[in-house]
Write a protein that binds this ligand. Structure first.
Ligand code: SF4
Length: 370
């Protein structure tokens, strides 16, 4: 069994040899997932509103409240049509996420969830911590009462968006009006206490230090020790295009920096089972190599994505291509649900193992030897 590492050891990892860190993260992945399965989900990211009063400097997606030209809140019928399309594609879940819209009362969210669950058999993975803090403020309710009302209306789990870097020095610089570190943690802690599972995320490469990243990792690990409510950890790099912050930090995170951060997350976050490789921001090639740097999941086929693409990154794939990407790397692809249970009928032929005859090195070795 791998040992829990300290903060200092994690800092040292960032300065160590990438190849060695990759092998160490891969060994932990194998320990936690000895079946050699790499999972994916078919779901849809529906951004129900882009109106937002948080004005984050890294965001190219939002429009200010009152913007009648480009601002929107989707009519429920449009949302339902998107859910139907998702179900037709074999989808099992919906990720509803939007801006911190000050004009939507809690009844809007309750009615939407109730109607969704009445019409469809679909997992509702909805509303990131900043939206929930905003929603609770608008409704003048505590986070606990807000979550209870939404859960009773049909909320199944909560996405980890809006974490960026969980350090208030960074948050004050890049998103001063958004929820604080403690507010983000409190939403997830309260959700876990109420029995709602959530994911944890990180957006890095926005001018933070390694100490800031370690504060983030440590806060996630400590919270996971309390209730074990995080299903997964997902990190991705800041996408600078079309954003105010991108004018100051225009350099994109490289594949090597991405893989290092992901591998350290796998090693440090010893109490989180699933680490997701972010092909959506890094491309399918790096996403595939990430499977040798601690990841055991590749997330969604991304039927729809508006936030990262607004910042200039537009990677897309199909289920077939994603399964091929997984099997060509030497793993068994398996469709999962939002809560990481495997779908019984997911081994349907396209997922045979396709390691080229005579291949002498893993994709991880190929990239670090390049
Ligand atoms: S990242 Fe989210 S909270 Fe921040 S401005 Fe964009 S939509 Fe609003």
């Amino acid at each position: 069994m791998s040992q829990r590492i300290s903060r200092q050891e994690a800092l040292d990892l960032f300065k160590a040899d990438l190849h060695e860190i990759g092998l160490r993260a891969d060994a932990i992945r194998k320990e936690k997932h000895p079946d050699n399965v790499v999972s994916y989900i078919i779901d849809r990211n529906i951004n129900y509103t882009n109106l937002c009063n948080a004005y984050c400097t890294f965001c190219a997606f939002y429009r200010p409240p009152g913007d009648t030209e480009e601002g929107y809140t989707l009519p429920n019928e449009v949302i339902f049509k998107k859910i139907e399309e998702t179900i037709e594609l074999g989808g099992t879940g919906i990720l509803l996420q939007g801006g911190d819209n000050p004009d939507l009362p809690i009844e809007y969210y309750e009615n939407l969830l109730r109607e969704m669950k009445r019409r469809y058999k679909i997992h509702a993975h909805c509303f990131s911590a900043p939206e929930l803090v905003n929603l609770a403020n608008v409704a003048n309710l505590s986070i606990e009462d807000t979550l209870k009302r939404l859960r009773d209306a049909g909320l199944d789990s909560i996405p980890g968006g809006g974490a960026e870097i969980l350090d208030d020095a960074v948050r004050k610089r890049i998103s001063p009006l958004k929820c604080t570190t403690e507010e983000w943690l409190n939403v997830h802690r309260t959700a876990h206490r109420l029995g709602l599972r959530t994911t944890a995320t990180m957006m890095f490469g926005c001018g933070e230090t390694l100490e800031h990243r370690l504060n983030h990792f440590e806060r996630i690990r400590n919270l996971q020790d309390e209730y074990g409510g995080f299903t997964a950890f997902i990190s991705w790099p800041f996408q600078p295009d079309n954003t105010p912050l991108g004018k100051k930090h225009s350099r994109k995170t490289t594949a090597v920096e991405y893989l290092m951060n992901q591998a350290v997350s796998r090693i440090f976050l010893d109490n989180i089972d699933n680490i997701q490789s972010s092909w959506v921001t890094m491309g399918l090639g790096t996403g595939q190599v990430g499977l040798y740097f601690g990841a055991n999941d590749v997330g969604s086929i991304m039927i729809e994505e508006n936030v990262v693409s607004a910042a200039g990154t537009t990677y897309r794939t199909t289920e077939r291509e994603l399964r091929h990407m997984i099997s060509a790397a030497g793993f068994i692809p398996m469709q999962r649900t939002t809560l990481y249970t495997m779908k019984a009928d997911s081994l349907h032929g396209v997922g045979q193992i396709l390691i080229p005859v005579g291949a002498s090195s893993t994709p991880a070795e190929q990239i670090v030897n390049a």
